[in-house]
Design a protein around this ligand. Sequence first.
Ligand code: ISE
Length: 347
Amino acid sequence: MFYILIIGGVQMSLKLGVVGTGAIGKDHIKRLAFTLNNVELIGVTDIVEGRAAQVLDELGLSNVKIYRNDIEMLPDVDAVMITASSVAHAEIALHALNAGKYVFCEKPLATTAEDCLKIMEAEKKYNKRLLQVGFMRRYDKGYQELKQAIEEGVIGNPLILHCRHYNPVVSLNYTTEMLITETLIHEIDVLHWLIDDDYQSVQVIYPKNSTIAEKQQMQDPQVVILRTKSGICIIVEIFVSCQYGYDIQCEVVGEKGIASLPEPTSINLRLNGEQKTTILMDWKERFIEAYDVEIQHFIDRIVGENTLTGPSAWDGYIAAITADACVNSQKTSAIEEVVLVDKPDFY
Ligand code: ISE
């Protein structure tokens, strides 16, 4: 939906361009064009020949301009949304920041901690936040309710977290490492935000491999144990070929009770001698509202306040360093420390 706000005679609508039109790119293009307010989708670009045109055609958006690359798009936009493949995130983010543009970067911010630091340096020059990372779970109503219950002390101090991130299936190019860098990365971000604590160490354990994973030559499932600075123990099961559905669970055991992430609502059917509810299969459906709220928040903060408050480049850096420690542990089977640089005052 495209509304133009007129405040004091000034036109307030964010001119935005999208870099990358794969699965999540297409999804975001759709919400930018048809659902979100105060934003004008100026153009898109994709490194894959013909893909941008095909996506725009499928969505009935043939009036949106296709640029040859992100650099060509920059002069025409106020903000860039990065939904390209993860390895390209850092370069595109740096182009945009160096041109003084706002950036919404899908997770992960970059594939190396070093690139995250470069991005933080580029942003710091402006003395205000210009970049938000697409950690959408923080905008999910369920996680927000869980955080509120913890903060209100409903279950007492958190001691243990049991979490599950299961996908029915993943693309054939998925690797053992990607279970951490593309999948666990969401838990890495949302859990330290949830309990307001920092990670001290991590360890990855391999249970028996699934036969599907064996064919894809990856290790799946994996169990990740994260310990926080205050001593909370977090156990996350990652299983990306579980077949039965997209299943996200988070249970917080406190000193006097347990709080769990609410299940997505679905009717309960009693029929033909069975009782059943639906489990979603598609991750884009599970967090559909969170994505809308997250990106609307990004737009509104820029249009209204001229700065950002969502997940920052520092959060992207924490995720990258913690993911690196997990990937090391995949290789060593040992407990690996999470060592961060000092947090810049800016963040
Ligand atoms: C996928 O890579 C994502 O980024 C989604 O946000 C996540 O929910 C999904 O499980 C991942 O496979």
